[in-house]
Design a protein. Structure first.
Length: 430
């Protein structure tokens, strides 16, 4: 690799503009650590005149990023647009085919097209780096690919979305509703101002789970339809009751091997307040790996925002500048396993079930009989009457039961006239 390295940055949103500024102010530091000088030769975004946090050099601006390849010589391309398809995919593919290294924080792109993009990178002997796509500034992907490379990992799980974690923490701390706290998160820049849906419905965390699975288990990025639930249905009432039980609600991403079948899921979990994961609050992320011989490893840090993301992007840059050509997914694509999908119906958990009911005799026995019919045994019952409104809240903690049993049982309650709304269900983490 030459001593002077030409760099292009495409996408100048929150992350892209912060990264561009970091590249400019850290040029000397990068040269000191790698012996390479970086030269930013091209930048691109939808608008040249948009108000940005840092100034841009309009002399190297390209309206159409695909024109960069014809006009200037580029060694490394940063893609920070963030689409799963469209211009993001076209740009990354074109760069790799032109033997240009690519660095991206784009989890949507990698989780959808990572297998094919990794194959193109390998063919052209260039790097495709995406450390920033999972858990912000936490070096989790490099830890799996390098630090824990000889370990047999059986499970990876944790808090992978800072927005959801902030909302759940803040609801508990402030005693405010989901809607109120979401607006606060948007004002603070933790949630997208327009449409925060992908953070809240579990999709963002699930894209990260897919990337973690591939690296942890030396497998292809899966395409299976999986269990994915977000936090939109979590009510303040559930957070309060959980707290009384010594529990907290966390949105967890989980990937594990069950009888050599791949099980990936994202859903809210009740965890002990005394547990490590129960005390990861605010916008923090935490990833827990279980493997042999290392045992349990925990990595924690800020998972959201331009600062932590840029830190991971620059870490990828230094890795490339040091001359490391690596397989993007840890091993060659041709040697990645295709794992069979675990049947989600067999997934077992203890459950927290909350029923809002008419306060009249026989309702509780109706519910317990229905649970017994589906072999769902009860660990604990909390009944809170609201005599003034002739209502009651019944919370049941169950022993372990399968997803299928639970689904079939709760479906029947939909027609029960004594229930004022559909039951709330949250799984307990083992």
């Amino acid at each position: 690799m030459n001593k002077i390295i030409n760099i292009a940055v495409v996408g100048l949103g929150q992350v892209g503009i912060y990264l561009l500024n970091e590249l400019n102010i850290k040029k000397k530091d990068i040269e000191l650590k790698t012996g390479k000088k970086i030269n930013i030769v091209a930048i691109s975004a939808r608008s040249i005149n948009k108000k940005r946090q840092f100034k841009i050099n309009k002399n190297i601006f390209f309206k159409n990023p695909l024109e960069i390849f014809n006009k200037v010589k580029v060694d490394i391309l940063f893609e920070a647009i963030g689409q799963s398809d469209g211009i993001s995919k076209k740009l990354v593919e074109t760069a790799l085919k032109n033997k240009i290294h690519v660095i991206t924080p784009n989890k949507a792109l990698i989780s959808k097209h990572g297998n094919e993009l990794a194959r193109i990178a390998e063919l052209n002997k260039v790097n495709l780096e995406f450390e920033a796509s999972v858990a912000g500034g936490i070096p989790i992907l490099r830890s799996i690919k390098e630090g824990l490379a000889t370990n047999k990992i059986s499970k990876v799980y944790g808090i992978l979305n800072g927005t959801s974690n902030y909302i759940l923490s803040e609801m508990e701390n402030s005693n405010q509703s989901f809607v109120y706290v979401l607006k606060k998160a948007q004002k603070l820049g933790y949630a997208e101002p327009g449409n925060p849906k992908l953070d809240l419905n579990g999709f963002d965390a699930f894209a990260k789970v897919r990337i973690l699975s591939a690296l942890a288990f030396n497998s292809k990025i899966s395409k299976y339809k999986c269990l994915m639930e977000g936090i939109e249905k979590i009510e303040l009432k559930d957070i309060k009751i959980a707290s009384q039980l010594g529990l907290r609600i966390k949105l967890l991403g989980i990937s594990e091997l069950k009888n050599n079948h791949l099980f990936e899921t994202v859903h809210p979990c009740l965890v002990s307040k005394k547990s490590y994961i129960g005390n990861v609050t605010g916008v923090m992320n935490a990833v827990i790996l279980e493997g042999k011989p290392v045992g349990e490893s925990i990595l924690q840090g800020e998972g959201a925002g331009p600062g932590p993301t840029s830190s991971a992007l620059l870490s990828d840059l230094l890795s490339i500048l040091r001359g490391n050509i690596k397989n993007p997914l840890g091993v060659s694509v041709s040697r990645l396993k295709t794992l069979k999908n675990y049947n989600v119906n067999n997934y077992t958990n203890s459950l927290y079930l909350r029923f809002e009911v008419k306060d009249k005799p026989g309702v509780l026995s109706q519910i317990t009989n229905r649970l017994a019919k589906y072999k769902i045994s009860i660990k604990r019952i909390i009944q809170t009457p609201d005599k003034k409104n002739s209502k009651a809240t019944i919370v049941i903690i169950t022993h372990k039961t399968s997803e299928l049993n639970c689904l079939n049982c709760l479906t029947i309650f939909k027609n029960n006239k004594n229930l004022l709304k559909n039951p709330a269900k949250i799984r307990l983490l083992d």
